[in-house]
Design a protein around this ligand. Structure first.
Ligand code: SF4
Length: 619
């Protein structure tokens, strides 16, 4: 037995199934799938991050069509990005097994949109399965490779935050050693979409494949006949909540635990409905199963009463927990119905930490960049409110918080540039800035940049290039692809890409040179057309071993907080700075300070100096 997270167990299945490729884009809660494979995959398996999820799915589909097994991992919003290719790939099917792990996030533990990937599977007519335990995740995902080949259809494996983060001992299996020749058949009817007749045939083929996959996977659903007229239908990922509450019921209900969410097991659902007068449906997010249960119930001469989300017994928003499911079980058993379920309130954070704003790490280059942008706005003769800054996904969005208060939007990967174009088109007579990280730029920012450049929109694209997707765990971006076993990197230059997009003014500098960056940005704000400013410095959390000389405040020179406006703390907002309440003066934690010097530049009294005696090795 090996302790594995649920998401890792699903990734392990790719190794055991003999997949030769794993590819994905970072996004919690799916990130650990590829991280696990990067650390544990055998040499013959290629594991790498792609520029975005659509590209990842396309690479994997090509690999599958050549006859090899492929694994893809992404978060739920990544499936939106991949969907354009995926819906088309679905109608061509697979040759080598193609399994796509999708991390859903009921309850929004990681931010973004609370969306349910089962609905994508229904739209794409693809099988989607989910497991309730890490062991089941491994076994079911491994089986999915087999079924994907037998039914010739890609299969989605849905992990939720809870199942993905569940740690348990898992019995590992022996990896298959597949040695298959690679060959892509010349089959225009299957692999092209040219012509209505061809597309209609592919649509019909997809429906047949989906049905076949449903038959092959059906054994993963579990039925149990009870000894009363109550029934429970639950998804595998929500099953744990039901199992914990079954003792609340006086008798054993008829149970159906569904692991195959598309196609749903209609026959098994009907059996529960025919034996019951009341049926509770338990699942997270959309009433996806419940609606099918209600539809099937309506076909019966004496339909049972269906309980679940539609009557407000269980919430459609947020994740479930035993306290939400227990009242529903009471109601099923005929006890007095509790008040309708509410959106579960997040528990109050209690602990040892003082409340504080989300902020950049000490020494983060982005703090310097946004400080320079603030100063550039003033230098160009505007107030902060007059310049619209659109933000993007990742660390860069922290620029919406004090002390910067700059970014106004966060929509989707790469959206900042096109949003800024929209703002400019709306006729704003003030500068518009799109702030975007390097990974996000490569993911989805490039098409928007091409568009803005071709239209000669007046806007400034500020690329905060730290060489990685820091917020999801420092995975490399294409400007810095390396470190994956067997990978050959050809690092791309954002500067060259911007010039290739015919952006006339492209400037690049170290963000720690705030005066220079301020000058460049101020110039960009008032220059016509698209301006690209690249603030490039590696993420401080990933810097190799180095010597740091922290800063310290000389108390004799510090004027104290009431005298300074804005004070260094207000201007910089660095977590390494704190207020000495006894003296009202600022103190810097030498252990947390990484010596960027931004605070020293912000102090009008020149009270902040390097502390040579406190130098130390970090990294
Ligand atoms: S800006 Fe300088 S003088 Fe003012 S509180 Fe900070 S360290 Fe003290």
């Amino acid at each position: 037995m090996e302790p594995l997270l649920g998401v890792e167990a699903c990734a392990r299945a790719a190794v055991e199934a003999g997949a030769r490729l794993a590819v994905g884009y970072p996004g919690t809660p799916a990130t650990p799938a590829l991280e696990y494979l990067l650390a544990h995959a055998p040499q013959e398996m290629r594991v790498e991050w792609a520029v975005n999820e659509k590209v990842a799915v396309e690479i994997a589909a090509g690999h599958s069509w050549a006859g090899q097994r492929s694994f893809v991992a992404m978060k739920m919003s990544g499936l939106n990005v991949a969907s354009d290719a995926l819906l088309s790939i679905a109608t061509s099917g697979t040759r080598g097994g193609l399994v796509i792990y999708v991390g859903d996030d009921p309850g929004m533990h990681y931010g973004m949109v609370e969306q349910d990937s089962r609905l994508w599977a229904r739209l794409a007519k693809l099988p989607i399965v989910e497991a309730g335990t890490p062991q089941e995740g491994l076994d079911l995902t491994r089986a999915a490779f087999q079924v994907s080949e037998q039914a010739e259809i890609p299969i989605l494996v849905r992990g939720t935050s809870t199942t993905a983060n569940t740690l348990a001992g898992v019995a590992l299996g022996e990896p298959e050693r597949l040695r298959r020749p690679s060959q892509v058949p010349f089959d225009l009817d299957r692999y092209t979409k040219a012509g209505a007749a061809r597309c209609l045939r592919q649509h019909a083929d997809t429906l047949r494949r989906l049905e076949r996959a449903g038959e092959l996977l059906a054994t993963w659903n579990r039925e149990e006949t009870g000894n009363c007229d109550l029934g429970i239908v639950a998804s595998a990922s929500a099953w744990g909540y039901v199992a914990e509450g079954l003792d609340l019921l006086p008798h054993r209900p008829h149970l159906l635990r569904i692991a195959v969410m598309n196609p749903l097991p209609d026959a098994a659902i009907l059996r529960v409905l025919q034996r019951s007068t009341r049926v509770l449906v338990v699942e997270e997010m959309e009433p996806y199963v419940e609606e099918r249960v209600r539809a099937l119930a309506s076909t019966l001469p004496r339909p049972p009463r269906i309980l679940g989300k539609h009557d407000g017994l269980l919430p459609q928003v947020g994740d479930l927990d035993p306290d939400l499911v227990a009242p529903a079980l009471h109601t099923l058993a005929g006890a007095a119905p509790p008040a309708p379920a509410q959106v579960p309130a997040r528990p109050e954070t209690r602990g040892r930490w003082a409340p504080r704003q989300l902020s950049f790490c000490p020494g983060c280059p982005h703090r310097s960049t946004y400080t320079a942008l603030q100063q550039a706005i003033a230098r160009a003769g505007f107030s902060r409110d007059e310049v619209v800054v659109s933000g993007d996904i990742g660390c860069t969005i922290l620029g919406m918080n004090p002390p910067h208060d700059l970014c106004r939007t966060e929509v989707a990967m790469g959206s900042s540039i096109a949003l800024a174009q929209g703002f400019a088109y709306a006729g704003l007579d003030r500068p518009v800035v799109a702030a975007i990280g390097d990974s996000t730029f490569f993911h989805a920012g490039i098409p928007a940049l091409l568009n803005a450049s071709a239209r000669r929109v007046n806007l400034t694209v500020l690329v905060l290039d730290n060489g990685c997707a820091a917020m999801t765990g420092y995975q490399p971006a294409p400007g810095n692809f390396r470190g994956e076993p067997g990978s050959v990197a050809n690092a791309l230059s954002i500067e060259e890409l911007a010039r290739a997009a015919r952006v006339r003014r492209v400037r690049k500098t170290l963000p720690y040179f705030t005066r220079r960056l301020t000058r460049i940005l101020a110039d960009a704000l008032v220059s016509p057309g698209v301006n690209v400013v690249i603030a490039e410095a590696p993420c401080v959390a990933r810097l190799p071993h180095r010597t740091v000389i922290p800063y310290r405040v000389r108390p004799e020179r510090c004027a104290g907080l009431p005298e300074c406006s804005p004070s260094c703390i207000e201007a910089v907002g660095c977590p390494a700075m704190d207020l000495d309440e006894a003296t009202n003066r600022v103190a810097i934690d030498a252990v947390r300070c990484l010596g960027c010097g931004l605070c020293a530049a912000a102090c009008p009294e020149k009270a902040i100096r390097r502390d040579l005696k406190a130098r130390r090795r970090v990294g």
